[in-house]
Design a protein around this ligand. Structure first.
Ligand SMILES: Cc1cc2nc3c(=O)[nH]c(=O)nc-3n(C[C@H](O)[C@H](O)[C@H](O)COP(=O)(O)OP(=O)(O)OC[C@H]3O[C@@H](n4cnc5c(N)ncnc54)[C@H](O)[C@@H]3O)c2cc1C
Length: 228
């Protein structure tokens, strides 16, 4: 909605080309509502007889797929960082709430069923955090070429696993907060927001199914011949 330029993947003679299209009267935008913030300005865009200067081509003609893919590993890693940070914050909020909320004369954390939920949330979150730190270490110590060859699959598996875990964490968090997990103010705000929005990390930048599949396909491709 607010953009002055649009980075577009255009079908050209032999593939995709990435072209920078400036906003003009021939570029029409219409807001699309989402369950997330309107600040993201998700937009339906129509291009009608748009012409752009030749030097607005990014990368090489017909090689746009490489331009698009060069972004994905880091984008997916950043999304994993974000969703795992959310999981940690939501778990912390639940720990505090379970300590503070008195039900039937005693704190919520005196209920074994609530402690079981917290145990699952902590275990899932810390497993994801550990996986994230291992991959981040590798990103910091590999060349760009090594990362491109070896880390696409593990990063895909990290993001898809993290959002599967986020699904369980968000679900349990709302149950722990009860009605407050559904209100957009007060103690349950964080749980409510996470439960409403964690799916963005599950779909954007590659869906869980596609990334899990990518991870396995890369692992199969790189398996030593002797094991096949
Ligand atoms: C508001 C919004 C903002 C977005 N912003 C970004 C962004 O900034 N960057 C970005 O990268 N993406 C972004 N996306 C995500 C992107 O636009 C697509 O939604 C996403 O890549 C999934 O594609 P799709 O919606 O066409 O789903 P589809 O491809 O139709 O998939 C539907 C379902 O089928 C499954 N599926 C599809 N193909 C297969 C297969 N071969 N094997 C098994 N299962 C399969 C999918 O996993 C999914 O569960 C955004 C989406 C929205 C709604």
């Amino acid at each position: 909605m607010f953009a002055d330029y649009f980075v577009t993947g255009c079908r050209t003679k032999k593939g995709f080309s990435v072209i920078l299209v400036p906003k003009s009267d021939n570029v029409e935008t219409k807001r699309i509502k989402t369950s997330y913030s309107t600040a993201a300005a998700t937009t339906y865009i129509q291009f009608d007889n748009v012409k752009v200067p030749v030097d607005h081509l990014l990368g090489q003609e017909d090689n746009g797929f490489i331009v698009i893919m060069s972004n994905f590993n880091h984008e997916r890693w950043a999304m994993a960082c974000s969703v795992i940070r959310w999981m940690r914050t939501v778990t912390e909020e639940c720990m505090k709430w379970a300590n503070q909320r008195i039900v039937f004369g005693k704190p919520l954390n005196q209920q074994p069923v609530i402690r079981q939920k917290l145990a699952k949330m902590i275990s899932l979150t810390e497993a994801c955090q550990a996986q994230l730190e291992i991959i981040t270490y590798q990103m910091c110590n590999m060349t760009y070429a090594q990362q491109s060859k070896l880390l696409g699959g593990p990063i895909g598996l990290l993001k898809s696993y993290a959002t599967r875990c986020a699904h369980d964490v968000a679900d349990d968090a709302v149950n722990i907060f009860g009605g407050r997990g559904l209100t957009q103010s007060g103690m349950g705000t964080v749980a409510e927001q996470f439960h409403r929005t964690y799916k963005f990390d599950a779909i954007l930048g590659g869906t869980e199914e596609i990334l899990a599949d990518l991870g396995v396909r890369q692992a199969m491709k790189l398996m030593p011949k002797a094991m096949l």
